[in-house]
Design a protein around this ligand. Structure first.
Ligand SMILES: C[S@@+](CC[C@H](N)C(=O)[O-])C[C@H]1O[C@@H](n2cnc3c(N)ncnc32)[C@H](O)[C@@H]1O
Length: 234
């Protein structure tokens, strides 16, 4: 059972305000020519617009509930034929195909709890890439202000949906709780400094082509979010 199963029907209303990354990932999918493997595909927030743009997506997720919602929404959007949804772990994705683009949007790599897990996941992504292919993902690292403002408080994130962040700055973990009429859950996320992500990518055999500070491709200059484009080192 995934911690996302109880909130599969809450996830889209909870993340309703997160829209800034969609066109970025769709553009990258179009540029790659597809198919795209999306690790942690969730309810298809990115995968469905990607398929609607004509690019086939293999979506991997460890939550059966999230995949069910994704499948329903893909059918409703008329793109089910371009979405191949697979239940599985992003550290060992059930994918034999080689693709030009692997993505892991909206911080799904923060579900990895140790460098060992991160290296396994990055190596798995690397093994799916065709020569010249790219891995694109985004992660975050909280600012001190963010931690001070939110720590240990239930905050209404969307109407009727409350979120609580319990930060452990020493362990660099966030215990994130969410509750609403459609479900509730608590999950743990782990963050790293961007320099650590860079080092892990290199250790996993990637070369970093770009590290942006936002989805408009501005260079990373020390904010909370970082967006990575990496290709397999020759
Ligand atoms: C923040 S959501 C992102 C969903 C989607 N990519 C989006 O942009 O809305 C993270 C997703 O990663 C999935 N996930 C977390 N750990 C995973 C793992 N080890 N293997 C596969 N999926 C995982 C969760 O089930 C969830 O659907």
């Amino acid at each position: 059972m995934s911690e996302y199963d109880p909130i599969a029907r809450l996830y889209d209303p909870w993340s309703a305000s997160v829209v800034e990354d969609v066109s970025f990932y769709v553009e990258e999918a179009l540029a790659s020519g597809g198919p795209v493997v999306e690790l942690g595909v969730g309810t298809g927030r990115i995968a469905i617009p990607t398929a609607a743009a004509g690019v086939a997506v293999i979506g991997v997720d460890s939550s059966q509930g999230m995949l069910e919602v994704c499948a329903e929404q893909a059918r409703a959007a008329g793109v089910a034929g371009l979405l191949d949804l697979r239940l599985g772990d992003l550290r060992h994705p059930p994918v034999d195909e080689q693709v030009p683009l692997v993505t892991c949007p909206f911080r799904a790599y923060l579900h990895l709890a140790s460098d060992a897990e991160r290296l396994v996941a990055l190596a798995a992504a690397r093994s799916l890439l065709r020569p010249g292919g790219r891995l694109i993902f985004d992660v975050f690292m909280p600012s001190r202000e963010d931690i001070e403002e939110t720590h240990g408080r239930w905050i209404e994130r969307e109407p009727g949906i409350d979120e609580r962040a319990d930060w452990d700055t020493e362990a660099q973990t966030l215990t994130l709780s969410v509750r609403g009429a459609a479900g509730e859950s608590t999950m743990q996320l782990s963050w790293l400094e961007p320099a650590r992500w860079h080092a892990l990518l290199v250790e996993a055999g990637f070369e970093v082509a770009a590290c942006y500070g936002w989805f408009d491709r501005r260079p990373y200059r020390g904010g909370e979010d970082s967006v990575w484009i990496a290709h397999v080192r020759k």
